[in-house]
Each structure stands twice: as C-alpha cells, then as structure tokens.
Design a protein around this ligand. Sequence first.
Ligand code: XMP
Length: 326
Amino acid sequence: MADVRPESMERITTPELARAFIDEQLAALRAQIGDKKVLLALSGGVDSSVVAAMLIKAVGKQLTCVHVNHGLLRKGEPEQVINVFGKELGANLVYVDATDRFLDKLEGVTDPETKRKIIGGEFIEVFAEEARKLDGIDFLAQGTIWPDILESEAGIKAHHNAGGLPEDMKFELVEPVRILFKDEVRVVGKELGLPDNMVFRQPFPGPGLGVRCPGAITRDRLEAVRESDAILREEFEKNGLAGKVWQYFTVVPEFKSTGVKNGKRTFDWPCIIRAINTTDVMEVTVEHLSDELIDHLVQRIISEVPGINRVLFDYTPKPPATVEYE
Ligand code: XMP
C-alpha cells in the first residue's frame, strides 16, 4: 500500500477511477493482512465507514469493528451503524453502549477543555478494553486521510494515529484511504455502496453533542439538543439544504427564560440554530434561511422538544465566533 500520494495520481472524481482504486487497495489489503485479524474503531463517520466497507470486502470476518456509543451521537447514528455494517454488510461488529459511563464521568464538569479530555480519554479506554477481549489481533485499521498527514507534517495538528492507545497495545497499522483527499473518500464510499447520508454527511466533532450542550451536561438538556438537531436535519433535507449548507446544528445553553404555554408559565431553555458555510473552516459565513423555514422550525422545535420555550438564530460569522460553542 502506498505510503505517500504519488505526485502523478489523478484526482478520483468518477466511479471508474474509484473502482480502479478499490480493486488495487483490496489486493494490497489482502497481501498485507493475509489470514490475520484486524480491528477498527468505527464511528460511523465517512472515513472510518469507507475503511470498514473496504476491509469487509477484502478480508470479511477477519475484521472486527468496534462502535463505541458515547451517548453524544446524533439521533439515529448508532442504529445506522448497526444496520449498515452489522446487518447489511454482515460485519463482525461489537457495539458498546457506553452512554452511562461517559455521562457519569461528565456529570458536573463545566470546563470545555476538561469535557473534551474526558470524552477523548474515556473513548480510548473503552476501545482498549474491547480490544483486550479479542484474541490474536495483529492489525489496527484507521481512517487516516491525506490532509491528516499533510497537517501533521506541517505541525498544524497532531496526527491522531493510534491516538493514545496504551503502551502495551502494539498493532501494525492498516490505512487504506491514507493517500486520499476527503472528496475522493466520498467517491470511493459511494462506489462501495454506502448510503448517501453516510458518505455525504456534514462534519461532526469527535466530542459530539457534548460541545453543543454547553456547561455541565445533563441528560434532559442533551436530549433537547439531540431532538432539536434531528428536527433541523429533517427540515434541511426536506428543503433541499442538506447537501448545500456546509454545517448546521442546534445548541441548547444552560440558562432558562420565562415563557407561556397553554395558559401556563414556563421556565425553559432556548434552542439556538447555527447554519454555516465555509471552504477552509478558518473563515465561516452564515447561511440565511427563509422566514417561512425559520417560522416552521420555531413551531416544530417549540412543540416537539420538551424543555424548550424559545428558538434563536445565530447570525455570527467566524471570526469572531467559532463554529462550535465550546
Ligand atoms: P470551530 O468550533 O473550531 O470548528 O470553529 C471548526 C470545525 O471543526 C469541527 N470541530 C471538531 N472536529 N473534533 C473534531 O473532529 C473536535 O474536537 C472538534 N471541534 C470542532 C467543527 O464542528 C467545525 O466543523
């Protein structure tokens, strides 16, 4: 398998080019892995999903995928991973619902960086525990892509390679999409038959909905984030905005305000809608929604999401505001 992207490599933009890449990689994967076993942390994101689909084709049951649900995933995500990989593609899939473990550790934690560290650290711990239960694993597959390599070489970000697994866990790496750019991974994923909402999905941060539930995470407020996000995604899909707007989500801050519902006073959270466009994520502009869509979103969120009595829209570009709230 090529370690570096050849200068002459044509950008993969067509099904034919994707097919040629896949055929080449499948042969390389079989040569590298032989009859040994491979482990993969499958988040359901584009990169790890494409790696899983390729490995299932190359070595079938020699691959074990571990999907850790940290309780901060979007509505329907764990179910989709189980359906697509466990059922349709027949993968060896270990599903770990670690929701309670993560939320218990995060209880009362308000500092954003501490929250991120807890989520990242716990993720590695859960994954390592599952890996220890499996016998005879030689390889660790990863969804490393070419920009990860370039950025780590440029010192922009530490490459998440084998990110922090305990010292005694040594695996040889398998990185079948290592030389691809993100858009190429998507073309390859489509050719492998993965669903569009998996292949073309918007970016989603590792700490998940945890950073959209600012301050100390509580289960009820997290549920309000998850439900309002699901409504927003459904409405963007219906209104043709899903593939067009770069990233869109909701945030439910901790403070409460008064309202009135069915003649009774309420004291509930606001729900903030964020919808943005960008090319490099350094600078971000706001997607302006139609009045009709805003009105409809307000109605749906207020009536369907418990604990919300106000809907706000964030008109702030980046800079000065970051995309996420924490
Ligand atoms: P910010 O908030 O820094 O976000 O303007 C820029 C982009 O990065 C995503 N993001 C993350 N992605 N892990 C990730 O994998 C993270 O911890 C993380 N934080 C932010 C964010 O969703 C946006 O697309």
